[in-house]
Design a protein around this ligand. Structure first.
Ligand code: HEM
Ligand code: HEM
Length: 225
């Protein structure tokens, strides 16, 4: 039997993005829902979240092997096979995201993008106006604000499902998915190190995302009439 060894799976950009998103999500709910700090911080966390999700989408195209969408997004056939295999004796844990988990990853990224974009157009009708909210009509901004309220509930639901799935793998399959998200490595006998892309490329892409978000925050708000 081949001996298992520690292989590279999640590169630093994927891990940093993930844990930074977790911090931002906590900050966003604490400031938006529970009045922690001020709404100014809600906007700061929101801008950070927008830059992170834009970067993660780009990294899904240009990034390291298991970060790429082509590596983990699979059709219904592969998802069906994975589900049938789940209970069989020859169940093989995935190296990167499994075909079912990939759906959750896509759903979370899409919802995070939608939620941050809706925030840009939302307002609280008193003091806090998303940077693009005054570029559209009052009625349209009210509609975006409604979507922002709905989106935060949907995202919370997906996060609960996400944490439930991570716990289910731990309990039912004795598979620890969290440790690899921290260390970047898995113990495997049937796979090789993932091909890494340069961290400088990640830094360049992330800087570009930050510039876009900064431009929205500075030039987005309509000037005084
Ligand atoms: C994933 C990202 C985000 C999450 C999870 C989130 C979550 C929330 C939550 C929980 C609330 C309180 C809603 C309520 O009272 O029911 C809120 C309100 C708000 N958020 Fe966000 N937010 C995000 C991104 C953003 C961004 C990027 C901006 C703008 C830069 C923004 C601007 C606002 C505004 C203006 C409100 C006030 C709306 C109101 O009081 O009706 N949010 N958000
Ligand atoms: C609270 C907000 C959270 C959000 C929005 C979130 C979102 C995500 C996303 C988008 C991914 C895909 C990673 C990628 O390919 O870039 C992911 C993966 C993952 N997350 Fe989270 N996550 C959250 C919280 C957590 C927490 C608290 C934990 C640990 C207890 C966790 C554990 C994991 C693990 C282990 C994976 C990898 C799953 C796999 O191996 O396929 N997440 N998460």
């Amino acid at each position: 039997m081949a001996t298992s060894r520690s292989i590279r799976v999640w590169d630093l950009p994927v891990r940093l993005t993930h844990w930074a998103m977790v911090l931002c999500v906590a900050g966003l709910y604490a400031t938006g829902e529970y009045g922690w700090l001020t709404m100014e911080w809600h906007f700061r966390f929101g801008y950070a979240m927008l830059a992170l999700v834009l970067f993660r989408l780009l990294w899904g195209v240009f990034g390291s092997e298991h970060a790429r969408f082509v590596d983990f997004v699979r059709g219904p056939g592969a998802i069906g096979r994975y589900l049938r295999n789940w209970r069989s004796a020859d169940y093989a844990p995935a190296i990167g995201h499994n075909p079912l988990g990939a759906l959750a990853v896509l759903a979370m990224l899409a919802l995070i993008l939608a939620q941050t974009v809706s925030g840009l157009f939302s307002n609280d009708e008193i003091e806090w106006y998303g940077p693009l909210s005054e570029r559209i009509s009052i009625a349209a901004s009210a509609q975006w604000t409604e979507w922002h309220h709905l989106g935060q509930k949907l995202l919370l639901f997906l996060i609960v499902v996400h944490l439930g799935a991570v716990s289910a793998y731990r309990l039912l399959k004795r598979e620890d998915l969290v440790q690899p998200m921290l260390s970047g490595r898995k113990q495997r006998s049937d796979a090789a190190d993932a091909r890494w892309r340069s961290p400088w490329l990640a830094l360049a892409l992330f800087s570009a995302c930050l510039c876009v978000v900064w431009a929205i925050s500075v030039w987005g708000p309509a000037g005084p009439y």
